[in-house]
Design a protein around this ligand. Sequence first.
Ligand SMILES: [Fe+2]
Ligand SMILES: [Fe+2]
Length: 171
Amino acid sequence: MIDTRLEKALGRQINHEFAAAYNYLGMAAYFDSLSLDGFAHWMQAQHDEEVVHGMRLFRYLLDRGGKIDLAGIPQPRSEFSSSVEVFESALEQERENTVAINHLYELATECNDYATKSHLQWFLDEQVEEEKTIEDIIAMLRLAKDDMGAILFLNEKLGARSSNQDDSQEA
Ligand SMILES: [Fe+2]
Ligand SMILES: [Fe+2]
């Protein structure tokens, strides 16, 4: 049987993943309203990934006999002042998530719950990838500044992201 503290913490993480998904959906709507469909597509793919993350934890917790009380998801932001601001907000969200996953791992260690540690390993690796990808996009957006040609090039590039380029099919 899973430790109650770990059960609760995993339940909160499920909520974080779905809240993150919803936030990415708000970002997708923002980019779509600017007709930057490549950026919108990328954000929608992020949404889909976060849903997969939430479901991985949901399934895991149920398989371990844990009890799940699904909490509400806060309203996401869909107004931003610039493309860079959107990705900065995404990066902040991913960094907070990394901290949350680290805490979960610490708690699983404290509880001597090796199966949970093993399950969380995937999330630790995923967070490294998430932060790196978003940092790279922010760097490119900063280089592009107000150059519309460069922005449209990035829009094309991000629009080419395929769903099998991410890890969601592994879930
Ligand atoms: Fe996630
Ligand atoms: Fe993420």
